[in-house]
Write a protein of this length. Structure first.
Length: 129
């Protein structure tokens, strides 16, 4: 069992400040540090979870206006990254579809279907005759 999941810690009665880097409040408290799920930032590693939480809360944070700008910048960067990944996946599919090997397979498959249809056609049903 991982040392991070041996115990469940409740933050009842304690305040967990948002992430100092991205402003997310989606954080997890492990046995020795606080971890942001959004930007993967980690607080200082301290053996006592209460001290780790206190160290996380004492980390300097930018002013609220700057934090909003950072969040907007982060969201914009995330959208651009997802869009670029989508375009790259589409381009990879196109490259695969139009590759010589794929075209050869499609032509072979079509030829096999036509050959099979020709072989199954009854004798005497010749189109030309």
């Amino acid at each position: 069992m991982s040392k991070y999941y041996d115990y469940e810690y409740t933050t009842e009665g304690y305040t967990v400040e948002p992430c100092p880097f991205c402003g997310s409040s989606n954080t997890e408290l492990y046995t020795d540090q606080v971890h942001c799920d959004r930007c993967e930032a980690q607080g200082p590693r301290i053996t006592d979870w209460e001290k780790a939480l206190a160290a996380w809360n004492e980390m300097p944070r930018p002013p609220k206006a700057k934090m909003k700008r950072l969040q907007a910048k982060w969201a914009s960067r995330y959208r651009r990254q997802k869009q670029a990944e989508k375009i790259a996946a589409t381009e990879a599919k196109k490259r695969e579809y139009y590759s010589a090997e794929a075209i050869s397979k499609r032509v072979d498959r079509q030829w096999a279907l036509e050959r099979e249809a020709w072989l199954r056609a009854p004798i005497g049903d010749d189109v030309n005759g």
